[in-house]
Design a protein around this ligand. Structure first.
Ligand code: BTN
Length: 278
């Protein structure tokens, strides 16, 4: 990728080109390679825009694609991601993992975002697989998508949606299960400050991805709010499973011991705590 920012910007197709907001530029070193930011006013999903950029093969490792409004923001399990304009942060981080680095992108993403929020003084935990929660309510969602050529990773996209100054009670679809940083901290939270903290957390996790995956996994487990708890797992294709969440393995699978003592390794789905926190 060209080191010259204006050449880089010119190489970005007009369909996804946004204004590079000057306020964001001091944060560029936090994108690890200094690849910078693309700030879009309105987009279907930052995942689509980020993929389009990543497919250009511009070595955009570390590029952050942000949008003020996503018209079709998406979540895991074919859900949508709703974020009223200005209420949160929605971005996708483009990574070019090296061989062997793709296995633990899930731990890098979850651990990195949780660590970022902790820098803001929020007690963030991870509800398997990658819901970032505070006191049992979701504050950020994470979507990881990777593109492969045979066994070689081409690029990975880490999509993060974070409720910053959202009043969840005003969004009935998410009200009972969601929270926001302003609600947890009790005051307005500048979005730039949140972006800074999240990128710091993600950059540190990115450094660990190739060097010390065991440490990445340890950090993920440390903030897991489901390990050792009684849970109900759904969304894996079968009937709901009740049991104890024993652990999360190195592939990101949840080890769940059901009431008959059988141990299941779940790779897809979600869990709710059988006994809510509190
Ligand atoms: C989930 O919890 O189900 C994951 C939600 C991920 C939402 C983010 S917002 C930025 C990026 N663009 C999307 O369309 N989705 C992710």
């Amino acid at each position: 990728m060209s080191p010259d920012p204006s050449a880089r910007q010119a190489a970005i197709p007009s369909s996804v080109r946004g204004s590079l907001d000057a306020a964001l530029q001091p944060l560029a070193p936090r994108t690890r390679t200094g690849a910078g930011f693309v700030l879009l006013e309105r987009v279907s999903s930052t995942m689509d825009a980020a993929r389009e950029l990543a497919n250009l093969d511009l070595r955009l490792d570390g590029l952050v694609v942000l949008a003020d409004l996503q018209e079709q923001g998406r979540g895991r399990l074919a859900r949508s991601w709703l974020a009223p304009v200005g209420s949160g942060l929605t971005f996708s981080l483009v990574l070019r993992p090296r061989a062997g680095e793709s296995q633990q992108l899930w731990a890098m993403a979850g651990g990195g975002v949780a660590a970022g929020l902790q820098r803001l003084g929020v007690e963030a935990g991870l509800k398997w697989p990658n819901d970032v929660v505070v006191a049992g309510r979701k504050v950020c969602g994470i979507l990881v998508e990777a593109s492969w050529s045979g066994n070689a990773p081409q690029h990975a996209l880490i999509g993060v949606g974070c409720n910053v100054n959202l009043d969840p009670d005003r969004v009935p679809a998410i009200a009972p299960l969601a929270t926001s940083l302003s609600r947890e901290l009790g005051h307005f939270v500048p979005r730039l400050r949140v972006l800074e903290a999240l990128l710091d957390g993600l950059s540190e996790a990115r450094r660990m991805l190739g060097r010390d995956p065991a440490e990445l996994l340890r950090r993920y487990r440390e903030v897991s709010v489901v390990r050792g708890r009684r849970v109900i797992a759904t969304g894996g294709g079968g009937p709901p499973l009740r049991g104890e969440a024993l652990d999360i393995d190195e592939h990101g699978r949840l080890l769940l011991r059901d009431e008959a003592g059988t141990i299941h390794r779940l790779s897809v789905g979600e869990v709710s705590l059988a006994v809510p926190p509190g």
